[in-house]
Design a protein around this ligand. Sequence first.
Ligand SMILES: Cc1cc2nc3c(=O)[nH]c(=O)nc-3n(C[C@H](O)[C@H](O)[C@H](O)COP(=O)(O)OP(=O)(O)OC[C@H]3O[C@@H](n4cnc5c(N)ncnc54)[C@H](O)[C@@H]3O)c2cc1C
Length: 552
Amino acid sequence: MELVGQMDVAVITKVYPSRSHSGAAQGGVAAALGNVDGDSVEAHIYDTVKGADYLGDQDAIEILCNDAPRTIYEMEHLGCPFSRTEDHKINQRAFGGHSFLRACFSADRTGHALLHTLVEQTYKQGGKLKVYSEWHMNRLIVEDGVCRGVVAMDIKTGRLEVFRAKAVLFASGGYGQAFKITSNAAANTGDGIVAAYRAGIPLQDMEFVQFHPTGLYQHGILLTEGARGEGGYLINADGDRFMSTYAPSKMELGPRDIVSRSEQTEINEGRGAGPNKEYVLLDLRHLGKEKIMERLPQVYNLAKDFIGVDCIEDPVPIQPTAHYSMGGIPADNDCQVYLDDKGQQVTGFFVAGECSCISVHGANRLGTNSLLEALVFGRRAGKKMLDVTPGLKLADVNEERELEAAKKEIATLYAGDGSEDLSVIREELKEIMTYKVGVYRCADDMLQARSEIKGLRERFAKVQVKDPGTNFNLNLIDALELSNMLEYSELIVSGGLAREESRGAHFRTDFPTRDDQNWMHHTMAFRTEDGGHELRYKPVTVTRFQPEERKY
Ligand SMILES: Cc1cc2nc3c(=O)[nH]c(=O)nc-3n(C[C@H](O)[C@H](O)[C@H](O)COP(=O)(O)OP(=O)(O)OC[C@H]3O[C@@H](n4cnc5c(N)ncnc54)[C@H](O)[C@@H]3O)c2cc1C
């Protein structure tokens, strides 16, 4: 490894870096740049707090929104090609839950533009920054409250290695793959979250999973909210713009939790379109060909390629799709990870982006705040690591023991009697999560889900990885990922069952209102020695906005 400044830095990623899910982000990245009349950082903070249904930590939200304009200009100066207004300013479009045009964008490929800019900058460092592409991180090494590195496997050869480090940053993304209808990339299997959890770190607010209103029917593939930001309508089978019933002031640009529930209600009450009334429609026809092709070319292509609908001529069948993981690894505003619910921290362990729960999104993330979070807090984590690492020593690691533990985990996946099939268990899990722990939840469904997932975990022990090879053994990776998905899905269900209220993306038909008296708390799930878990709670940080009724 070479030096970055005084540091040896390695980037480990199981996909090629530019194929990370960030590259799929479409609609934009939020910032109150000061170019839009009436907008301000203050308004961005308020919208985010309200969007989060008051479960976000307001000190962290203030940092996020204050640092947004600087972040956008920095990315622009690094080479990100943002779309422009006629007078050459960075253009901004409307997005759900934001009171002003605040989403900076590169057509509908914003994540692609940002990610490629950063990947290029990484490679520009020459050999100074070593990228371990297609290496799978299997274990996080934490001992006596000190993070000491990770164990990772070279996917090309199957070789396991210990990477010792004074400081480790996880930016390992979300956990949306546990759902059948999902917008998430195949890689979003919560590996980092589960590795931290298995190393003794609690996970926060896992029950909060965002469902995005415009997933392509049956595929879950995302059609950006930018489509509604550009003026697209949502209609039911009768052609009614049904959002007038649910969010009359914001209509289609209500926050995602409310719009997704409204769609599901239309479908559940028989006003859905199609032969089985299973979907609603995204109508872009009135925008016209020119605007669609200029601003929403990807939406056009996705609808055409995957379900053969030409959105210039016809409305597009859509349904809510699991999209974003609000829960994750708890950390302070400099991204240093918490070891408990009292504020004790792990030395040398940092998190940023979707795997973290800092918590800027609380119970419901506003669109375009997530790319922003990854940029703002990724940078803060990096700076903090630069500050603290010179004072840390490279902690001892019993490498042999760590490698043995990783090998043993892999051996277990070969030891099953083969009477159960990995892909069958994965599909069953996804069905359970989508249909019993989805947009609408209730105790009966979640209790069933809990016992079914327990059954799946027992059956998983009988699965046998069939591929004995060492080179690109994707069968083994699938098994490692499914083991993670089963483990964190239990926490989504447990947190959801315990939380007897409706807040943000977590809506319980048996407890349909928000309960600030009892539930202005973050859930913290701790792994117990027997592989089970225990839930504890910690209060939300409120700085300037007291909870009020959330209306749009
Ligand atoms: C379709 C879609 C559209 C979106 N659109 C927007 C948008 O317009 N605006 C917005 O703000 N947000 C959007 N989001 C959300 C946003 O894109 C993500 O939350 C954000 O990009 C996550 O970035 P990240 O760096 O945390 O994780 P990711 O970009 O998911 O990267 C995770 C990295 O971790 C690596 N990794 C994971 N597990 C392992 C392992 N075991 N070993 C080694 N490496 C591992 C992966 O290889 C990958 O490189 C969208 C999300 C989706 C799914």
